[in-house]
Ligand binder design. Sequence first.
Ligand code: ZN
Length: 341
Amino acid sequence: MQQLIRTTVVGSYPFPGWLEYASQHLDQFGPADIEEMIEDAVIAAIHDQTTAGLDVITDGEQTRLDFNLSFYGYIKGISRDETATRKFGPPAHDQRGKHQITDTLTAPRGLGVVKEFQRLKRLAPAGPVLKASIPGPYTLSGRLLPNAEYKDRFAITEALLPMIQKELSDLVAAGCREITIDEPSMSCYAYKEDTKRFVKIFNETVEPVVGKCHLSTHLCFGNFKGRPVGYRSLKPMLPDFLQFKVDEIHIEMANREFAEIELLASFAKHMHVAVGIIDVKNYYIETPEDVAERIKRCLQYIPAEKLSVAPDCGLSQTARWASRKKLVNMVKGAEMVRKTL
Ligand SMILES: [Zn+2]
């Protein structure tokens, strides 16, 4: 049986300031320097997560710091240059660069997640579950521009799908026992797209590894520079998303002040539920008591053995000092509630 009120995270963790600085001057480093730098950053992310006492940790996605090391850098047939439609003014999704597709899309070297997982396995202490995370094909397609060969976002998604499938199989073969497929674009756009089509894409993606590891998905409403982008309701996802072939679904709740919390009960009938109970967009640091109170509200709809708690999203858009305090208090709050069960 799963740990009661398991404490977990979504994939990303803030880059240390020095890593961000170095990533802007990578031409001054050799490949061995870069590898050492990435290792140091992963060690820092592991340290922050394990000292907080989390049950599940990741590598904090500390490697994805540059085009060449990002998923897009692994995919052949796309241009390195990004074009953003808006370059100035308040931060928002339309400032996120998109890449042109210039040739047939392939990923002859995989997508790099296996290497990330192996590094995490080598550096992490025994104890916590080591989780790998990878974007699903629909979310990954969002920063590629359609062209004559790939006429719309779904055509790009179909092309990326086998690459994700292969990476998932390779992760399991490398000994990975817990994988999150990040598909926040599906939750953001459930209100206007065909949700049955989303489910079909998702299930086809995970098919090769269903039953071979603890599979989860992360659904939020956007967090680019701390800004949401979707219609922030669970209603458009229901009932279709209940058909996702996953062991656990993660949903952003804290920043939405737990709106529609009662709808989590329907998810809990089909799968485990990881609830976002830490607001990654707010610099108010939740106290252990706040966390305990939020968990008790979740327990009204999700049994403790099916409940995991996590931040709303990856922490990459939240300052490290705040991220660290938030994780520490999340674990303390979970322990407080566990003692009462
Ligand atoms: Zn997210």
